[in-house]
Design a binder for this molecule. Structure first.
Ligand code: HEM
Length: 393
């Protein structure tokens, strides 16, 4: 158990996903904070400059021809936050400002975390092993069911794991080198969205404020806006979580910090934040420049694709150490900054904390260890494909 082991595993996770791109991006970032790469765009690797670009929503847009936003439009329609900019985007974000109150987040996450606890206990008490990646997929599926307005025990509703797979089949359409979707890919995505949208539309039309689609209606959202937002949540809020939670647990176990947190949970917030900094589940953000200018002294032309290397910006600040405060320029950069800042952050933090609590409670009762792990290969969001925990001997 050591920081070196933890860092070695994290490197394997990144190399599994991007065997060439990851080392290239890291080494270019170490050479220069801003660099034009012919054929690819302008790579920005320093936290302060990444933040400056994200904050300047007038000059750098998300829905331009070579940023990622527009990729989604044929699948989820034009009103999905991730493919909007300017006044229309600001207005929708304003309407959504009160979406995730502590009570509404608890209502969404609590049932899924109860199911997670039962699964962890069942698998560790029975077969003696539990796959944490699979557990987090179930948890994410449970959260999706609440977002669609079809809670547990709704007759005919898809199981959590299938809901997760549907969400994942949409988000996996995105690849870094893929500027547009083929008609077949868009049709596949739309078919998955339609399966998910069916129950969400009924819940919206019922207008029950106890359901998530009903709340969106209460906040003044049209049916199309509500469906776009729900699709965006399902698309972007599942893979990041399934990537992060097992890596968080691996980092804490590999560095011997699980025992510390079992003894004193006051360090949980710092441990989670430092793990987010060190893993950066959403490693790269894209923008299009719509006006000429410069970033950190490097000339930028209108139409340039801007590659924001959050991964280098955050990781280059130092090795994994929850005891060190995170420098101001990097704080929460893994959730973005400015107009597109992650709207799901309260939900994500609740899902992360709930899972960690379940595992710490179990550890206090009977310690567990990481029994086996396999990293995912050739995926957009790096992560473990399997992370098995087993009772310690
Ligand atoms: C650890 C988990 C998560 C991480 C690291 C993360 C990270 C991010 C980042 C970096 C952005 C900004 C992207 C950009 O500016 O280009 C973003 C946006 C967004 N996130 Fe998250 N996210 C997480 C979980 C979630 C969850 C659970 C949800 C919802 C269920 C969610 C919903 C969204 C949405 C809808 C946007 C787009 C907001 C907009 O464009 O206005 N995210 N997220």
């Amino acid at each position: 158990m050591s920081v070196a082991t933890a860092e070695r595993w994290e490197r394997r996770v990144h190399l599994g996903a991007h065997p060439l791109l990851y080392p290239t991006i890291r080494s270019l970032g170490a050479v220069k904070p801003v660099m034009r790469i012919p054929g690819l765009g302008v790579l920005v690797s320093e936290a302060r400059l990444v933040r400056d670009v994200l904050l300047d929503g007038e000059r750098f847009v998300k829905n331009g021809p070579s940023a990622s936003g527009g990729l989604w439009t044929p699948v989820v329609g034009p009103k999905a936050l991730v493919n909007m900019d300017g006044a229309e985007h600001r207005e929708l974000r304003r309407k959504l400002a009160d979406l995730f109150t502590p009570a509404s987040v608890a209502e969404i996450v609590q049932p899924a975390s109860v199911a997670l606890k039962a699964r962890v206990e069942h698998d560790l008490d029975g077969p003696g092993r539990v796959d944490l990646v699979d557990c987090v997929k179930e948890l994410a599926g449970g959260v999706i069911s609440r977002l669609l307005g079809v809670p547990e025990h709704t007759p005919g509703r898809l199981p959590n794991k299938e809901l997760f797979d549907l969400g994942s089949s949409i988000s996996s359409l995105v690849r870094l080198g893929r500027p547009t979707l083929t008609p077949e890919q868009a049709a596949k995505g739309r078919a998955a969205v339609e399966v998910l949208a069916g129950p969400a539309r009924s819940a919206y039309r019922d207008g029950d404020p106890a359901t998530f689609p009903g709340r969106l209606r209460g906040l003044g959202m049209s049916e199309d806006e509500a469906m776009g937002i729900i699709s965006a949540f399902v698309m972007v809020g599942t893979e990041t979580l399934v990537s992060f939670v097992p890596r968080l647990v691996a980092l804490l176990a590999d560095t011997g910090r699980i025992e510390e947190l079992v003894a004193d949970r006051s360090g949980m917030g710092a441990a989670v934040n430092e793990s987010l900094r060190f893993t950066v589940p959403s490693p790269m953000m894209l923008r299009n420049a719509v006006a000429p200018g410069n970033i950190g002294g490097t000339v930028v032309r209108s139409g340039d694709r801007i590659l924001l290397s959050t991964i280098h910006a955050a990781k280059s600040l130092g090795g994994f150490n929850p005891g060190e405060p995170i420098p101001a320029q990097a704080r929460q950069l893994w959730f973005g900054a400015g107009p597109h800042f992650c709207i799901g952050m309260p939900l994500a933090m609740a899902e992360i904390t709930a899972t960690l609590e379940v595992l710490l409670d179990r550890f206090a009762q009977r310690p567990w260890v990481i029994a086996s792990r396999v990293v995912s290969t050739r995926v957009l969001i790096p992560g473990y494909r399997k992370l098995e925990l087993a009772n310690a001997l």
